[in-house]
Ligand binder design. Structure first.
Ligand SMILES: Cc1ncc(COP(=O)(O)O)c(C=O)c1O
Length: 350
């Protein structure tokens, strides 16, 4: 039985072209900024995001914490959505390393935060209060089922933040999914924000790496923070070489992943034991919900024994992510196995 792995788009392996590019990459010492392949990737990334400069980092997590370190001071407060990756899955790094207080504003199901609530959450000047100095957005929004933020929403949010003296960081780990889904450029999505990061290692299929983009001064400061975190890599061109292919060849095909996610959601909607909202599936993430009588961890284990791997963001929710290594036929096969397990477990629960 072939395994269909829908846990994450991070499981994608590098393509043959990437492996070849890694083998042939022209290299230098990137801590001296002398790796020509890294320099090329950084220039290209800055151009694509419409920013002055960019920096290759080890991961999305590293990019996000550097964005905090470079744009806040210990004791400041930052605002992120209640479902933000920065809040849930980055080991509290902004607080532990940056010394900032993280304040969460509720995320709506579509990944947005209500702007009146954001405005009320920003601190006014008061001897007792920390300074609110940074607002974090996420596009696409992982825990909100891959929801996209439009350029209009991003502009309105940044306008509010800037008017109140905050900077804005966009966690765009999957910004190209948002761009493809909305039919706009990543540059348009990133234009209103001060810093933006994106990942090479998710749907774009490169093995490692994230780019953090912003002004030249911001990137110079980010480079120093990266060094402090031990993220200054030497012949990092072997990573960057695959990243260049990712940007050149892997963006447009994301539409296939989105179509497969819709196919999956529509199929899941026909399974009585499962609740899913196909109309909410905008990119490559599908969230489904199990009834109260079915244990999520048992479901994931039993499905795993049927050769379908999925994950859970908690509670009764299960997450399935489409990517380059699953095709429409795999989705149909996964649906059969999911139906089998869900139906069995529902009848056992009665
Ligand atoms: C929205 C978002 N931001 C950041 C990250 C962190 O990326 P990494 O796994 O490269 O640290 C992820 C990873 O899934 C993510 O989904």
């Amino acid at each position: 039985m072939e395994t269909i792995d829908l846990r994450s788009d991070t499981i994608t392996l590098p393509t043959q072209d990437m492996r070849r590019a890694i083998y042939e990459a022209e290299l230098g010492d990137d801590v001296y900024q002398e790796d020509p392949t890294v320099n090329r990737l950084q220039e290209e990334s800055a151009r694509i995001m419409g920013k002055e400069a960019s920096l290759l980092t080890d991961s999305g997590t590293m990019s996000n914490v550097i964005a905090v370190l470079a744009q806040t001071r210990p004791g400041d407060e930052i605002i992120v959505g209640s479902e933000a990756h920065m809040l849930w899955y980055e080991v509290g790094s902004a607080s532990a390393l940056g010394g900032v207080v993280i304040r969460a504003v509720p995320n709506e199901e579509d990944g947005r935060m209500d702007l009146d609530t954001v405005e009320q959450t920003i601190r006014t000047e008061n001897i007792h209060f920390p300074h609110t100095t940074l607002l974090g957005l996420e596009n696409t929004h992982n825990r909100c089922g891959g929801a996209v933020l439009t350029p209009e929403y991003t502009s309105a949010t940044a306008e509010l933040a800037h008017r109140r003296g905050l900077r804005v960081h966009l966690d765009g780990a999957r910004i190209f999914n948002a761009a493809v889904a909305l039919g706009v450029s990543a540059r348009e999505l990133a234009a209103p924000v001060d810093s933006v990061c994106f990942c090479l290692s998710k749907s774009l299929s490169a093995p490692v790496g994230s780019l953090l983009c912003g002004t030249r001064d911001f990137v110079a400061s980010a480079r120093k923070w990266r060094k402090m975190l031990g993220g200054g890599m030497r012949q990092a061109g072997i990573i960057a070489a695959a990243g260049i292919i990712a940007l050149e060849d892997m963006v447009e095909r994301l539409a296939e992943d989105h179509a497969n996610a819709r196919r999956l959601a529509q199929g899941l909607a026909r399974i009585p034991a499962i609740t899913v909202h196909p109309d909410r599936v905008q990119t490559n993430i599908v969230m489904l919900e199990l009834p109260a009588g079915i244990s999520t961890s048992d479901f994931i284990q039993r499905l795993g024994r049927q050769g379908v791997k999925v994950g859970s963001p908690g509670g009764q929710r299960v997450r399935a992510v489409t990517h380059r290594m699953v095709e429409a036929g795999d989705i149909d096969e996964a649906l059969k196995r999911i139906e089998l397990v869900a139906t069995e477990m529902q009848s056992e629960a009665r």
